[in-house]
Ligand binder design. Structure first.
Ligand code: B12
Ligand code: SF4
Ligand code: SF4
Length: 385
């Protein structure tokens, strides 16, 4: 096809001004070509580090090099939006927002930024003139967004694999417009991690096999949001309090001390829910409460599974009635997670509940596990004197 005319930096500045006016916090440009570490994706997929996220393995060639998908692509306009989302001090201690990753404590960003991205795409088509192509994407497109954002000067990819801005840290979401316009590229940001290893040391499930590499199938974010079915028991204790997502490798990063403080004035509707309610609430009611937030895509079933694991890790006696109620389900995966949780408590009240559980548990294997556990660990009764 015919190439769009080469443009000067003036067009960059016009696009930058429009994007800034639409509220994007960082705007950068890079060429639509393979990034230096793109081939690492093949190793990553080959190792099975994507777990059950099969959609990531569908179009690796497009992800690595967009020219394999759009032969007209010449440049990327890389964009970011800050989200830090501190919790308001008035938030009740049992609100699930304490157990939800920061980016998800708000309406789903996939919907929120659509109008601005569409307006930017329209503006680029208008500025480029006839023959220009431009398409916006956020998160779900076939792109290595962080690697591209690094090329476009938005930040560097840290050892925790996050894109980090040396001025404002990593609490940001990314988006892009791919276009046929040849735009002057920005200068990539160099690595500022130095000898630091805080994120690698802090990860509770040892999800980093090496710096800059994440085995997603061990990551709490993946386990709580994406993973289908039962979660490997060996990974459950590391999941701690996390019901949805995980922020630990961002929280510990020293570059985030520079991030702007952004506290929501109002508690989002989601904030009124508790882990106990996730376990016991009516499905239809819960669906309404999580509608429009990122939790909606994960769904009530997986959230309940996660809630049982959180209860098992926190061992809060007040959660026992909710666990008992959650046991009375025909969802095998949930029953299994609840039994696991009760076994973590190791207290007389949890054991009493397990003894009653034999009534509800229909899965033979699980029932045998409970019986064995009760037999093995019941203190011997002294014979009467
Ligand atoms: C799949 C996915 C996940 C998976 C896998 C994450 C992963 N690290 O691969 C899971 C579910 C675990 C996940 C978790 C999270 N995610 Co996510 N995720 C994605 C998604 C859709 C694709 C990522 C991908 O392609 N992974 C495959 C690997 C191979 O690619 P990569 O991580 O980009 O890795 C590159 C570098 O590490 C590099 N590399 C390898 N070796 C080396 C060596 C050196 C020296 C260098 C410089 C680079 C380098 O090679 C890779 C390719 O270039 C992107 C959106 C997108 N389309 O890009 C969002 C995205 C990366 N996620 C995002 C977020 C916010 C998160 C969470 C913080 C959410 C949360 N709080 O729970 C966590 C963070 C966990 C973490 N430490 O990464 C943001 C990141 C924003 C930022 N500031 O970086 C993105 C960009 C979404 C968005 N549009 O904003 N995510
Ligand atoms: S998000 Fe949590 S589990 Fe995943 S790599 Fe970071 S610290 Fe580890
Ligand atoms: S915690 Fe340290 S090593 Fe990890 S990303 Fe931040 S600066 Fe880099």
């Amino acid at each position: 096809m015919e190439r769009a005319p080469v443009t000067s930096g003036a067009l960059n500045e016009s696009i930058r001004a429009v994007a800034r006016g639409l509220g994007f916090d960082r705007i950068g440009f890079c060429a639509a070509r393979k990034t230096p570490h793109a081939d690492f994706l093949d190793t990553w997929l080959g190792n099975g580090w994507h777990g059950t996220m099969d959609w990531l393995a569908r179009t690796p060639d497009w992800r690595k090099d967009i020219l394999a998908r759009y032969d007209w692509a010449r440049s990327f306009i890389m964009l970011s939006i800050d989200y830090r989302s501190e919790l308001p001090p008035s938030l009740p201690a049992d609100s699930i927002l304490h157990n939800v990753a920061r980016y998800a404590r708000a309406p789903d960003y996939h919907h929120v930024y659509k109008p601005q991205l569409q307006r930017l795409e329209d503006a680029i088509l208008h500025l480029g003139g006839p023959g220009t192509f431009a398409l916006w994407y956020q998160d779900t497109g076939p792109f290595l967004e962080r690697a591209l954002a690094m090329q476009a000067g938005l930040g560097w990819v840290g050892k925790n694999t996050m894109l980090i801005d040396p001025q404002r840290g990593s609490w940001m979401l990314l988006a892009l417009v791919v276009t046929s316009l040849e735009l002057a590229p920005d200068v990539p940001v160099t690595d500022h991690c130095g000898t630091c290893t805080r994120c690698l040391d802090a990860c509770p499930t040892d999800a980093f096999p090496a710096p800059y590499q994440l085995n997603a199938s061990r990551c709490i974010s993946y386990l709580t949001i994406e993973h289908e079915g039962s979660i490997a028991p060996g990974l459950r204790p590391g999941m701690g309090k996390w019901l949805y997502g995980c922020d630990i490798c961002n929280e510990v990063c020293p570059w985030n001390s520079k991030a702007p403080h952004m506290t929501a004035d109002e508690i989002p509707d989601l904030g009124g829910l508790t882990v106990a309610q996730i376990l016991t609430g009516k499905v239809e009611h819960l669906k309404k409460r999580i509608a429009g937030t990122p939790l909606q895509r994960t769904g009530v079933e997986k959230l309940r599974r996660n809630a049982a694991i959180v209860a098992g890790n926190l061992k809060d006696e007040k959660m026992l009635p909710s666990l008992e109620q959650a046991l009375q389900t025909d969802d095998d995966a949930l029953q299994e997670a609840v039994v696991w949780a009760l076994l973590q408590y190791g207290t007389p009240s949890a054991r009493a509940l397990l003894a009653r559980a034999q009534k509800y548990v229909v899965n033979e294997e699980l029932r045998d596990k409970i019986i064995k556990e009760l037999q093995d660990n019941t203190p011997e009764q002294k014979p009467p004197a």
